[in-house]
Design a protein around this ligand. Structure first.
Ligand SMILES: [Cu+2]
Length: 351
């Protein structure tokens, strides 16, 4: 028997899908605020629509046929010897073929126009990027487990907060300190991986003022869940004010400070730096923030010039083709090594 208590329990259970549907209305991916994300949303809608052109009729016809030609329906045609219809074959082959051609063309075009490395061609559907506008450069570093944003033009840096003026193209340069992450502001653009020892890029623009969510979309360990930040889309005057506020914080992001910051920590509050070591981002990408580490680009340059040390010399001298290489005037060797930093008083030369 259905008592009042039981009825209430059922009512509550029924409300779960209703609540889920209501929160579904808030999907930021379907209602973004940046031109790149809007084009990506349109791409999702167009491709889903094209695929539904096949899926909906196939499912509807399957159900219709099953119902119409059921055993109990004696009125339906029964033609056990039927085996071919040219018209039907034409429809069955032509419709999917046309849809695949359309999907292929759309995929090809949007893969190139929405290439994240490509500088923006437009601010939104109606406005091209004015020629005198330079993109705002933001260097993004995924740390364990927080986001560091460096603004080289403004000379500021922040932890777990970033901002950009509306309608100005943003050029993101993205890397990571230790493990792979994925940089994702759904209102702005699709996710881009952040990887240590290399740099990925993203071009995007925010068209509406507001506060948007950003996070890591790639699991990266214990503190991953707290790798969240707010992205502020600001009018130009407000952005200048925001920069001034950061400048007023007075803290400096030196290499030593960065090494402290890079240590694993969770759910970090917003931190503001008024100035940044100008070579810091390059050193992070090249994995040589610590003074005693060789930068990856130096290592690669050495390897490109024939390598160094006993194995390198042996490899060069031992094979006959190497002899030919040695006599090649274009061939370079690494005989000794030093860098500008070795010569400074901070880092004494060790023999
Ligand atoms: Cu994958």
């Amino acid at each position: 028997m259905l008592t009042t208590k039981n009825a209430l329990k059922w009512l509550r259970l029924l409300m779960i899908p209703a609540v889920a549907l209501l929160t579904g209305c808030n999907w930021v991916v379907m209602n973004p605020s940046g031109d790149i994300a809007i084009q990506q949303r349109n791409l999702i809608l167009v491709s889903t629509g094209l695929m539904l052109l096949i899926i909906v009729p196939v499912i509807a016809l399957t159900l219709l046929f099953a119902w119409r030609y059921r055993k109990a329906n004696t009125k339906a045609d029964y033609r056990p010897d039927w085996d071919h219809s040219t018209q039907l074959e034409l429809v069955i082959w032509a419709a999917p073929l046309l849809i695949i051609i359309a999907l292929g063309a759309i995929t090809w075009i949007s893969t190139h126009t929405l290439d994240p490395y490509r500088p923006l061609g437009r601010i939104d559907a109606n406005r091209p990027v004015p020629e005198d506008v330079k993109p705002l450069v933001v260097e993004v570093v995924a740390l364990d487990w927080k986001w560091l944003f460096i603004y080289p033009e403004q000379g500021i840096a922040l932890v777990n907060e970033m901002a950009a003026p509306i309608d100005r193209p943003i050029q993101f340069k993205i890397t990571s300190s230790s493990i792979m992450n994925s940089f994702f502001i759904p209102a702005l653009a699709g996710q881009i991986y952040a990887m240590p020892g290399m740099q990925t890029k993203l071009s995007a623009v925010i068209n509406k003022p507001g506060v948007f969510d950003g996070f890591s979309a790639n699991y990266s360990g214990h503190g991953f869940n707290g790798m969240r930040f707010k992205f502020h889309g600001l009018a130009t005057a407000d952005f200048d004010k925001w920069v001034a506020t950061n400048k007023a914080s007075g803290k400096e992001l030196s290499r030593a400070e960065y090494l402290m910051l890079a240590k694993p920590s969770e759910r970090e509050p917003v931190q503001r730096y008024a100035s940044v070591d100008p070579g810091l981002y390059k050193a992070i990408v090249n994995r040589c923030v610590e003074a005693n580490k060789m930068c990856m680009e130096d290592m690669m340059a050495i390897d490109a010039s024939g390598g160094m040390g006993k194995p390198g010399t042996y490899n060069l001298a031992s094979s006959t083709s190497a002899t030919a290489l040695i006599s090649d005037p274009g061939r370079k060797y690494v005989a000794a090594m030093c860098s500008v930093r070795d010569l400074s008083t901070d880092y004494p030369v060790v023999n």
